[in-house]
Design a protein. Structure first.
Length: 295
């Protein structure tokens, strides 16, 4: 059986709801992540009624269910006020509840050095006396303060392998402190397959770090492809070098049974192909995986 293909609305940021429904119907996608941003359809200022209307419209027109809200909350950002970050995360948790979603994505996003190469782990510009452990603990503290709201609403925060905590090793440091602050918490991870790979972390190593935060419904896997580690421009799945088959075998053997969600970043790379074409290529790549990499 092939993996289930899901999608993020980041791949069609300016499409109407009718256009989104048409794309998902044409590609057989029934589960989506919704990207949240001031320039997107789903914003931090969207009212509950607006969220319900968009949720219902997608469900009625395309049979689509929303499983994640992709926030831009930056839990390790030392330039942001802690209370403000907690409030923003709690707001996104509420949005997820209204939309019927199980997850809310957060970014780490500790301040980065002004210049860094995409194929290297970025350096950070931290307040005096703070190191990787300290800024990771701060991120864990932000999430921990929002956990009572998350538990009440039945929504789980997910920490993405992204920016300052691009690989599994750094992502797991946040979880290390979160597990100390809130034993038994259900916060998970998003393994964006491209990011740890492009900074040189082997997929087996990434999965070893993230497995506890991915399996048993704890987290989500995002797929994307690129031509080489130093270029983050999206290419159609299966035409680049991100090792999808290797990652899927690890996921299958390790017990992950969730969807593979295509994060087609057309919002940031408007020159790439439309989402519908990208989803068709992703489905083809998934169906072409060897048997040992299929679910």
């Amino acid at each position: 059986m092939a993996w289930e293909l899901a999608a993020s609305t980041l791949g069609a940021p300016y499409d109407s709801m009718d256009e989104l429904a048409k794309t998902f119907t044409a590609t057989g996608v029934t589960k989506i992540e919704v990207a949240v941003g001031d320039e997107m359809k789903f914003t931090m200022k969207s009212t509950d009624d607006e969220l319900r209307r968009m949720r219902d419209e997608l469900a009625e027109k395309a049979g689509v269910a929303i499983f994640a809200v992709d926030s831009r909350v930056q839990v390790c950002n030392t330039a942001r006020d802690e209370d403000e970050l907690v409030e923003s995360l709690e707001h996104c948790l509420h949005m997820a509840k209204v939309l019927g979603a199980k997850y809310v994505r957060v970014f780490p996003t500790a301040p980065l050095e002004p210049s860094w190469d995409p194929d290297r782990l970025p350096g950070m510009v931290l307040p005096e006396g703070m190191n990787l452990a300290g800024v990771s603990k701060r991120g864990a503290e932000i999430i921990a303060k929002a956990l009572p709201t998350a538990d009440k609403l039945g929504v789980q925060p997910l920490i993405e392998t992204h920016d300052s905590h691009t690989n599994g090793e750094r992502n797991a440091i946040i979880h290390y402190y979160l597990d100390k602050l809130a034993p038994g918490n259900q916060a998970g991870s998003i393994w964006d397959l491209a990011h740890p790979w492009r900074v040189g972390e082997a997929p087996a190593t990434t999965f070893e770090y993230l497995k506890p935060y991915l399996v048993n419904g704890r987290g989500v896997v995002q797929i994307k492809d690129c031509a080489f580690p130093g270029d983050q421009t999206p290419v159609l799945q299966g035409t680049g070098r991100v090792p999808l088959a290797e990652c899927c075998k690890l996921l299958k053997d390790g017990g992950y049974t969730g969807p593979l969600s295509l994060e087609w970043e057309r919002r940031w790379y408007p020159q790439v192909e439309p989402l519908e074409e990208a989803l068709k290529a992703a489905r083809k790549a998934i169906e072409a995986l060897p048997a040992e990499s299929q679910l």
